[in-house]
Ligand binder design. Structure first.
Ligand code: HEM
Length: 491
């Protein structure tokens, strides 16, 4: 299926040709009047060569522009068929091909991989029932809980539009209106803020999803990827050394590990929650700024993912791959989490812009199972359709509706409103996390927060707001910070 769609390779011919296949007898000298020029516009090969070159770049991703991809397989190791009817999870031993992309978030396509930034951890499962994308990060929580603030958040984190420099005063200013971000900052500004590379990095689905079994029974679920080679990170000075030598160290590490046969592997685990229990906690379990504590929600292993194939072509497998939390399969459902709901729209939308309306026909994105619908044509359509009936319903089209499968059955009711969630509980998990660090790690955290709060143009008002937030997370943490800022005459 995918091979049929692949255009003939430019390298099949033994001699040089134009894109249309006409022989090129000289690829070194332009066609000129006399040996010194000028150049003739009728040199079609020259014009085509430059025109292709001029268009080599597609827009980079608006976030997660810098990344590395690899392929491999996912294998079920534990039976969870009582929880989900997902075909690819049907029994231990079942294997499904996957494509994975790891990324940094904020900076450009060629930016250093030692930057303190969350990392993307996106997995595409090519199942027999369509592609399933698990589009996660290496940190289990997120900065904000409502997608309406996502564009503002990204603008604040990205470089200043005036000078193209990332500046803390803009970041602290924006997040001073979002105290729910404290928990995420206890990851970003902690020792885990710069992973050693992609292989030693955990992954988290972050959102709550649903698992639905054949009988229609639903549980809430969170996904975790645990690296088999252990989690490892870089301290600031180590990162400076690594990054000073090689700004692509994580891409190189992944590529080289796979080339030498040292295949990276992760265990997929789940945490589940009965929807009837969702009100029993002091936090909202669908709030992406919270974790589900592992003592209450133990991790259950489900399977393993092995990456054993390197991309053949960076542009096709990395730049053109398109992940979307919208891509689910029977047996998996969305939850009501409002951040997730906005992501369901945003990814396919940006991909239609970034890659074109037929981006799902690109070999890396196309399903590996048969597909059928009447969405067709448009720019760069590559599916060769033979049918005459492109409308529905029709007595001439033998394709039927798919068999119904269990659907999210939660009854919803409420007023139309724009509101915060009831249980914000912005500080307690952030505080417990800081208390769980040993003394040295607590100090490193305080120093990083302090340094960032002391950055140029952070106002005393914003500094005081943040000391207030961190004090609510933990009074001692607040005191340490206040002392640091006072010592430096910054309060
Ligand atoms: C990439 C939007 C939150 C993980 C992207 C892209 C957009 C986007 C537009 C670029 C996609 C592309 O060009 O192919 C949003 C919005 C969010 C949100 C609107 C919140 C409302 C999150 C969260 C996570 C996440 C919570 C982690 C759980 C990723 C990853 C990628 C990505 C891993 C890169 C995928 C790849 O490697 O191609 N996001 N995002 N995002 N996002 Fe988000």
């Amino acid at each position: 299926n995918t091979d049929k769609m692949r255009p003939a390779s430019a390298n099949d011919s033994r001699h040089w040709t134009t894109n249309a296949g006409a022989p090129v007898w000289n690829n070194i000298s332009s066609l000129t009047v006399g040996e010194r020029g000028p150049v003739l516009l009728e040199d079609y090969h020259l014009v085509e060569k430059l025109a292709n070159f001029d268009r080599e770049r597609i827009p980079e991703r608006v976030v997660h522009a810098r990344g590395a991809a690899a392929k491999g397989f996912f294998e079920v190791t534990h039976d969870i068929s009582h929880l989900t009817c997902a075909d690819f999870l049907r029994a231990p031993g079942v294997q499904t091909p996957v494509a994975v992309r790891f990324s940094t978030v904020i900076h450009e396509r060629g930016s250093p991989e030692t930057i303190r930034d969350p990392r993307g951890f996106a997995v595409k499962f090519y199942t027999r029932e369509g592609n399933y994308d698990m589009v996660g990060n290496n940190m289990p929580v997120f900065f904000i809980r409502d997608g309406i603030s996502f564009p503002d958040m990204v603008h604040a984190l990205k470089p200043n539009p005036r000078n193209h420099i990332q500046e803390w005063w803009r970041i602290w200013d924006f997040f001073s209106h979002h105290p729910e971000s404290c928990h995420m900052f206890t990851f970003l500004l902690d020792d885990v803020g710069i992973p050693l590379n992609y292989r030693h990095m955990p992954g988290f689905g972050v959102h709550t999803f649903k698992l639905l079994n054949q009988a229609g029974h639903e549980v809430y679920v969170k996904f975790h990827w645990i690296p088999k080679c252990g989690e490892k990170n870089l301290l600031d000075q180590e990162a400076e050394k690594v990054g000073g030598k090689n700004h692509s160290h994580a891409t190189a590490d992944l590529f080289e590990a796979i080339e030498r046969g040292d295949f990276p592997e992760w265990t997929l685990c789940i945490q589940t929650l009965d929807p009837r229990d969702e009100d029993r906690f002091d936090f909202d379990p669908l709030d992406v700024t919270k974790v589900w504590p592992e003592d209450l929600f133990p991790l259950l292993p489900v399977g393993r993912m092995v990456l054993n194939v390197n991309p053949d072509n960076f542009h096709n497998d990395n730049e053109s791959i398109a992940f979307a939390p919208a891509m689910i399969v029977p047996g998996i459902g969305y939850s009501e989490d409002k951040l997730l709901q906005t992501r369901i729209f945003s990814y396919p939308d940006t991909q239609r812009h970034r890659l074109g309306p037929n981006y799902l026909q690109l070999p890396i994105n196309a399903p590996k199972c048969p597909f059928h619908n009447n969405h067709h044509d448009g720019a760069m359509n590559m599916v060769d359709r033979k049918e005459e009936v492109n409308y529905f319903p029709s007595r001439h089209d033998p394709a039927q509706h798919a068999q119904p499968y269990p659907q999210n059955s939660k009854a919803l009711q409420g007023q139309r409103e724009r509101k915060m969630i009831a249980k914000e509980n912005n500080f307690s998990q952030a505080g417990s996390r800081w208390r769980s660090f040993d003394k040295a790690r607590q100090e490193r955290f305080v120093q990083r927060v302090g340094d960032a709060l002391m950055a140029d143009r952070v106002t005393p008002e914003v500094r005081r707001i943040w000391i207030g937030y961190w004090s609510q997370c933990d009074p001692q943490l607040g005191q340490h910070l206040a002392r640091l800022l006072q010592q430096n005459s910054m309060l």
